[in-house]
Design a protein around this ligand. Structure first.
Ligand code: SOE
Length: 402
């Protein structure tokens, strides 16, 4: 176990927050970056310690621990949560194990951070939200990792909507476009198997944009009408390790059991209309999460592939010189930016994970329920379930339960 620092660095003298993380692939690497960096950039009330990394293969997990800076390793998540030198469990596994690990970790007295989507079904999410609520009474916190809330530009958008800059919202238009499945020979990795991932583009990308749309508007969806499609139903079986989103194939063919794309419209309680598109078949689009909000007094637009920019149209200005203008979100008074670089020195994808840890560590130290909570994750899960139900009934408008 790592001992507390004796140095005079920014983290000196702060009580440790000892983290155990389960999983170390793409999201594990991203979360590690957050845990490693947050306390060196932000003045946090507690010092994150990358205590234990857990994965099934002892050699692979040791090598990942060395690469990402974790002190010790475990090969069984039950052993990880039984350790008394772990305060918080970070779950970066495929969705099929989220519920079991999270509820056990909460029962063992740990705080929990869980990657999105919270679970693979509403039933699992319900159990997790109930466990989180009971744990909160005991002083434990649980948060779900919708990291795109923590892009400075989306955080600024939230602030501007809450300040009334857009007035009454009329439209929320969100798309999340990737293209890593366009190749028919791309292997059948876990993200394409319902029993592991829960759903396809819907849970992976749709969960992000549902959360973001509701977070930015400050409203919840009342119901949806949806279409889903699986364009390529048979794919080669994978072989060897995956890296990021790519994988090698091993021979043999299997069946894709999730959606490749999901399109849906929705209605907010206020009457505002929303449209969503989540796909891994948008040829040429790599990670294009785009959104536009139109309100009575103005509009905002954002594109994750240009994430330091937020576009704002002030509809109260005279038409002669009104128009969308670019806000370069790198000023020290923009969200999260007081601790980073001088204006114009841009941030990227990985910083969203650093900001997520910053906010979580503050919440833990202050005993404040972190956002987004497991209850928020459950509500997103209900929307995903309604999308699947509507798509199965040829787009019949389906109210969101709960
Ligand atoms: C893959 O589609 C993926 O890595 C998602 O799983 C992440 O949540 C998203 O942030 C980027 O794309």
């Amino acid at each position: 176990m790592e001992q507390p620092h004796q140095s005079a660095g920014p983290e000196a003298g702060k009580p440790p927050l000892r983290v155990g993380m389960v999983g170390y692939a793409f999201m594990g690497a991203a979360h590690s970056q957050g845990w490693r960096t947050a306390g060196r950039v932000f003045d946090l009330p507690r010092r994150p310690v990358l205590a234990v990394l857990c994965g099934r293969d002892p050699f692979a997990v040791r090598s990942a621990a060395d690469r990402h800076g974790w002190a010790a390793t475990e090969t069984d998540w039950r052993a990880l949560i039984a350790r008394d030198d772990v305060d918080l469990v970070d779950i970066c596994t495929p969705g099929d194990s989220h519920a079991e690990i999270a509820t056990a970790a909460l029962a063992a007295g740990k705080h929990v951070l869980c990657e999105k989507p919270l679970a693979n079904s509403v039933e699992e999410a319900l159990a997790m939200a109930a466990a989180a609520e009971a744990a909160y009474e005991r002083g434990q916190l649980a948060m779900v990792g919708f990291n795109y809330r923590r892009v400075p530009a989306t955080a600024l958008a939230r602030r501007m909507v809450a300040d009334g800059r857009l007035g009454a919202l009329r439209h929320v238009r969100v798309t999340y476009l990737q293209d890593w499945l366009v190749d028919r020979e791309f292997p059948l990795t876990w993200r394409l198997r319902r029993e592991l991932a829960g759903s396809g583009s819907l849970g992976d990308l749709g969960a992000h944009i549902v959360d973001l749309a509701q977070h930015l508007s400050g409203e919840r969806l009342a119901g949806v009408s949806a279409l889903t499609e699986t364009f390529v139903r048979r794919r080669p079986l994978p072989g060897g390790p995956t890296s990021g989103l790519s994988a090698a194939s091993a021979g043999g063919i299997g069946t894709v059991t999730v959606d490749d794309a999901a399109l849906f419209t929705g209605r907010f309680a206020s009457g505002a209309l929303a449209s969503f598109e989540a796909t891994r078949f948008a040829t040429g689009r790599k990670n294009a999460l785009r959104l536009e909000l139109n309100g009575e007094r103005g509009s905002l637009a954002f594109d994750l592939e240009r994430l330091n920019e937020l576009w704002y149209h002030d509809g109260t200005e005279p038409g002669t010189h009104a128009g969308f203008r670019r806000i370069l979100v790198t000023e020290p008074d923009h969200p999260y930016l007081d601790a980073w670089w001088p204006p114009g020195h841009a941030l990227g994808y990985e910083h969203t994970f650093v900001h997520q840890i910053r906010d979580l560590v503050h919440a833990v130290a202050e005993g404040r329920a972190p956002q987004p909570s497991f209850a928020d994750g459950l509500q997103v899960q209900r929307v995903l379930a309604a999308v699947e139900e509507s798509a199965a009934k040829n787009s019949v408008y389906t109210p969101i339960a709960g």
